[in-house]
Design a protein. Structure first.
Lengths: 205, 205
DNA sequence: AAATGGTTTAACCAAATAGTTAAATTTTAT
DNA sequence: ATAAAATTTAACTATTTGGTTAAACCATTT
């Protein structure tokens, strides 16, 4: 009875616009007016729905975070083999980032501004690499993969997924004459290339 | 006769302060007053030495860029073997970034805001991966390394160097209980681990 | 020591921007 | 239909911020 009486896709429009603008321009690079324009409403409405810029940013940040949580969390805690996990993480991660180009930089910037925040969010949701770390240690013991520190391996995998998207504007120019389609295909192919590259490096034959 | 009469390390103090603040907080995240405070001078002096915020930012950006140019350019165009180059690039790059933690994010942010700029700077200075690309193609033909697209290989190498530093605030927490020394050591060890990891993946045995 | 010219400062200004208010409008409930 | 509640707007305020100005300050030259 209390909530959303009528046209109230307004809140949705706002949050959608805020995502677009915040994720592209960051907190300090964003003006409330930008968001209002993007949502095609009056600036005062932003303050009506979200009391302050910080509050609105908060909502956007949480959205960006939870966008990636479920799949990754599921993979991390599954019973699949280490090689399958590497394949799945690369595929899911690269795929999700391709659909949300600006999120890597947005998140990187935010973890620099406020490192605790994302970490605490991760803990709340139960995203932790301990299980994967243990699994890697076991596989090393079993002689299936070479002796490598689990942290090295995991961070390598993450690097290979995230960086090519965060650095896209430059990389696309340098390596692909700024051809958007080509770079898109390049990223697409990395869904398979990255796990291949990683597994190739660690697998004991 | 015209320049620097007396205490004029002021300009140096300004540029040094500007580096610190800009590189940490980005263009829009930085206030002229922040820089003035950091340099312990009056805000008006900033405008006396550098007419505008943009001009000052420009100087800082170029500095951050040229910091990395000489060594990398030298390695790229040297006559060393592909494996030596991979080792040298990783070592130099990771080393330089460790000493300048905030530069990766600063540059990533800037290439998103203004992609042309860095690209044109690179061209002016003659940094281009063509020679490395050709060398990789030759090594593939010779059967020394597996069949991989040169772009994939180069971007993989870059990813492995840059991302662990850009993502440091989070990675350090997640994997090292936020222990600064441990992470420093971890990065240090990557100078050898990364080329090993890459070469291990592509070398034909 | 007086003039000169670069350097530094305090006090401003104008524009941008986050946030507020009160009134008008629209929807829902009675 | 009318009242009540939620939504939307225009106009406003206070603060922040990049940039300017005019005067004071200092070191060198004459």
């Amino acid at each position: 009875m209390i909530q959303e009486k009528y046209s109230s896709d307004t809140e949705n429009r706002i949050i959608k616009a805020a995502r677009k603008v915040f994720i592209k321009n960051g907190l300090s690079g964003t003006r409330m007016q930008n968001i209002a324009n993007e949502a095609k409403i009056n600036k005062a409405l932003l303050h009506y729905y979200f009391r302050s810029k910080e509050k609105l940013f908060d909502a956007v940040f949480k959205y960006a975070f939870f966008k990636f949580v479920p799949k990754i969390e599921e993979i991390l805690n599954s019973e699949k083999s280490i090689f399958e996990k590497i394949e799945l993480i690369a595929e899911q991660y690269i795929g999700a980032l391709m659909r949300n180009q600006f999120i890597p930089l947005f998140v990187l910037h935010e973890i620099n501004r406020n490192p605790k925040r994302l970490y605490e969010l991760m803990q709340q949701v139960g995203i932790t690499p301990v299980k994967l770390v243990e699994q890697i240690q076991q596989e090393i013991k079993k002689g299936n993969i070479i002796n490598i520190r689990p942290e090295q391996l995991i961070i390598n995998l993450l690097s290979l997924c995230v960086f090519p998207i965060a650095g896209r504007p430059l990389l696309q120019r340098v390596f692909f004459h700024n051809d958007k389609r080509q770079y898109q295909q390049f990223l697409e192919s990395r869904k398979k290339e990255v796990p291949q590259f990683v597994i190739n490096s660690i697998k004991v034959k």
